[in-house]
Design a protein around this ligand. Structure first.
Ligand SMILES: Cc1cc2nc3c(=O)[nH]c(=O)nc-3n(C[C@H](O)[C@H](O)[C@H](O)COP(=O)(O)O)c2cc1C
Length: 375
């Protein structure tokens, strides 16, 4: 039986436990540059003893952003800001820190959700790119179907951002291959109607995402970790990506040196019907893990410590990623450790806030926890 609070090694990076902060856009950057909001937001998680922090979707070009408030990693100023934040997270926490590199494709040039989340209008809008010249929905921008020069350029942009991520001190890169963004737009038959070598068969639709993976693998250190967020299902019966496709893609990724996959779903088609419920996407992760053996992360309405423990202990996934539950309770990891009787990192200034019954973290000297131990 594998415990939620046991370590796992991805590539050359060891996570102290299997609880992962799922990437969450904050739409709060200016010209793609992280600021004090990102320090506040991510700092809460560094203090909570997570196994891995994955920062929000961080875009490889200006046109690749979802909204004007999205983070980027394509300028020196963006790299410098993230470098400072990563250094702080690692100085004060024990969680490895990863970034999610992304390109929004046809879902870009959008308003921040709290402005309405619709396509931008007027001078704020920009030309989007995709596999085919098909808008995401009515009222959305018609993207340019990428030609071979666009494909080569965007591939280079992913590799360049990965180099910046390395210099900024990130331990891990997750490529965003899901949720209807650019790599998924090539992978899914809903959005890819191309007739060249990048469209049609499974092999052709996966060509661009795999080309991006290879380009990043070539520049991303083996001593760190590289993975991809992939689609377990487009949630569109009859057409679209299925768990079988996720298994096939994960096998190829594993052979090409991918250290983990993070299995999610949906986001590419307005016809989707998602069967929401606790752990609703865990079966996709379980199928991928069982059939490929690649280290696998499950995500989607994992909220309860015992639920998370069961997913890992029963071998349905190697790690669990939580998003909304982490916004609600940034100290979820502490609460889970207490519920499961496990030990978790606690920064010294927070020691007296731990539950009286919580086990004392092993890495803390006994004299430092007098207040906790005495109760
Ligand atoms: C505020 C917010 C922002 C998100 N941004 C991203 C993102 O940047 N990249 C991504 O892959 N998923 C993003 N997601 C999806 C989550 O990572 C996660 O897959 C999804 O919310 C399901 O997990 P949950 O039920 O634990 O929230 C976001 C979710 C939320 C709530």
């Amino acid at each position: 039986m594998t415990d939620l609070f046991s370590p796992i090694t991805l590539g050359g990076v060891t996570l102290p436990n299997r609880v992962v902060l799922s990437p969450m856009c904050q739409y709060s950057a200016v010209e793609g540059v992280a600021n004090d909001w990102h320090v506040i937001h991510l700092g809460r998680y560094a203090a909570s003893g997570l196994g891995l922090i994955i920062t929000e979707a961080t875009h490889v070009s200006r046109e690749g952003r979802i909204t004007p408030g999205c983070l980027g990693l394509y300028t020196d100023a963006q790299e410098a800001a993230l470098k400072g934040i990563v250094a702080s997270l690692k100085r004060h926490g024990k969680s490895p820190v990863g970034t999610q590199l992304a390109h929004a494709g046809r879902k870009g040039s959008a308003e921040e959700p709290w402005r309405g989340g619709k396509a931008l209008a007027g001078a704020e809008a920009w030309q989007t790119l995709s596999a085919s010249a098909l808008p995401h929905d009515t009222g959305w921008h018609v993207p340019k179907a990428m030609d071979e020069a666009d494909i080569a350029r965007v591939t280079r942009e992913f590799a360049d951002s990965a180099k910046r991520a390395d210099r900024a001190g990130f331990d891990l890169v997750e490529l965003h291959g899901a949720h209807g963004y650019l790599l998924h737009q090539f992978a899914s038959p809903h959005s890819n109607k191309r007739t060249d070598k990048y469209g049609g068969s499974f092999e052709n639709r996966m060509r661009f995402p795999l080309q991006v993976f290879d380009a990043v693998r070539a520049v991303w250190p083996k001593a760190k970790a590289l993975g991809m967020r992939i689609t377990g299902s487009d949630w569109t019966p009859g057409e679209g990506l299925t768990p079988e496709d996720a298994v096939a893609l994960a096998k190829i990724l594993k052979d090409r040196g991918c250290d983990f996959v993070d299995v999610t779903g949906g986001g590419v088609s307005m016809q989707q019907k998602i069967a929401l419920g606790p752990g609703y996407q865990v079966p996709f992760a379980a199928e991928v893990k069982k059939r490929t053996g690649i280290p696998t992360m499950a995500v989607g309405m994992i909220t309860d410590p015992h639920q998370a423990q069961a997913i890992v202990a029963e071998g349905r996934a190697d790690m669990v990623a939580l998003a909304r539950a982490m916004l609600y309770d940034p100290l979820w990891t502490w609460h889970a450790a207490d519920a499961l009787g496990a030990s978790v990192f606690t920064p010294n200034p927070y020691l007296r806030g731990r539950a009286p019954t919580a086990p004392i973290p092993r890495e803390v000297a006994p004299q430092q926890v007098k207040g906790v131990a005495a109760r």
